[in-house]
Design a protein around this ligand. Structure first.
Ligand SMILES: [Zn+2]
Ligand SMILES: [Zn+2]
Length: 371
């Protein structure tokens, strides 16, 4: 059960902005991981406070939270749809670090500018699936190479025992504004701060493991639920599952594009499955019940007597389920009558008999080709 954000910060529901700031700052000081090394409980409290603060300090999010509680925030995508687990510790630390400036700019707008420029990259992978898996839906584990938060420096980029410091050139905003006046009016030119490369902070002792980037390229396994009925080109967006940004900036997204694997027997046509069945001449003449492969394994198919080559039989409901629907496709089986090519003496005699007994009832006929 998630605690109420007001309870977490220990403030009244009517608390104003500065009360909320003060309460958060107190908690952040108390539970900061640097002051509580190895203390999981403190880390949880610290994150909890940071999360509560990030919502209650934003008037729009706060209104949503007051009206709908935690669900209002999650639906609005306040935490990338992943809730608390995905809340990055380095993000919480960063909010805290901003507090080392003067009280007025304690929670300055600098973070927003940096988030824009340092977001992690989006990734795209294609995932081959067989038709049987598409039929039933499947859970797959895929390997993805992406940037992960460096554990050594928890994404801050500074060597252990050190903290990044605020860039004095841009005062932590990561950008420089130059105002030019001309007869046409005033122009504001915004450029990335060259001293800190737009990060807003300077790392004098970079982490050795990630060289100060705060992230490390790593192969990770991700489990994906492939919904039944997908087709080639359909894709899933996994928000926040792309590469982590530099030094704790938000992660990009992961796009998983599905790709149908070629099947030994089946051709897909929308929700239907097509297959061809070669039938010996005696079965075509006399009819039979046979077992043929379907997406769910073998199933019985009745071949009516006297079936012709090219005739298509339908196996109802043996196709795919419509994606985001319940309609099921069918399996269509095209019959191909197989004329025997090597007969022994006895068999040849039997065909001769057939021919003689048939008299003139069946003969060749010429027809126009239908275009
Ligand atoms: Zn590192
Ligand atoms: Zn700077």
């Amino acid at each position: 059960m998630k605690r109420d954000y007001y309870d977490v910060l220990g403030v009244d529901r009517n608390a104003d902005e500065s009360e909320i700031k003060r309460a958060y700052r107190k908690l952040a000081m108390k539970y900061h991981p640097d002051r509580n090394p190895g203390n999981n409980e403190a880390e949880i409290q610290f994150k909890e406070a940071a999360e509560a603060y990030s919502v209650l300090s934003n008037s729009q999010k706060r209104t949503q939270y007051n009206q709908f509680g935690h669900s209002g925030i999650e639906e609005a995508g306040g935490f990338g749809g992943f809730g608390f687990q995905d809340f990055d510790l380095s993000d919480a630390l960063r909010t805290f670090m901003d507090g080392f400036g003067s009280f007025e700019d304690f929670f300055g707008g600098g973070r927003r500018a940096r988030s824009r420029s340092r977001k992690g990259g989006d990734l795209r992978i294609s995932l081959p699936v067989d038709l049987e898996e598409i039929y039933s839906g499947v859970t797959k584990t895929i390997k993805v190479k992406r940037y992960e938060t460096c554990k050594e420096c928890i994404g801050l980029g500074a060597a252990s025992g050190h903290m990044p410091s605020r860039c004095i050139t841009c005062n932590g905003s990561g950008e420089l504004r130059q105002v030019t006046r001309s007869i046409l009016g005033q122009f504001v030119n915004v450029t990335e701060c060259p001293r800190c490369n737009g990060t807003g902070e300077i790392i004098s002792n970079p982490c050795r493991k990630c060289a100060g980037a705060g992230r490390i390229s790593k192969k990770v396994e991700i489990t994906i639920k492939v919904p039944a009925g997908v087709s080639t080109g359909n894709y899933m967006t996994l928000t926040g599952q792309g590469s982590k940004g530099e030094r704790g900036q938000p992660a990009g997204d992961l796009y998983v594009v599905f790709e149908e694997k070629e099947h030994k027997y089946f051709t897909r046509h929308g929700n239907d499955v097509l297959t061809e069945l070669e039938v010996p001449i005696y079965q075509a003449v006399l009819g039979d019940a046979v077992e043929i492969p379907t997406l769910t394994g073998k199933a019985k198919l009745t071949i009516p007597p006297g079936i012709q080559s090219g005739k298509i039989l339908r196996m109802r409901g043996k196709g795919f389920t419509q994606l985001r629907g319940s309609r099921r496709g069918d399996q269509f089986v095209r019959i191909q009558v197989k004329t025997p090519t090597s007969l022994n003496k006895k068999q040849k005699a039997l065909f001769e008999q057939l021919k003689a007994s048939n008299g003139r009832a069946e003969k060749i006929s010429v027809r126009k080709v239908k275009s």
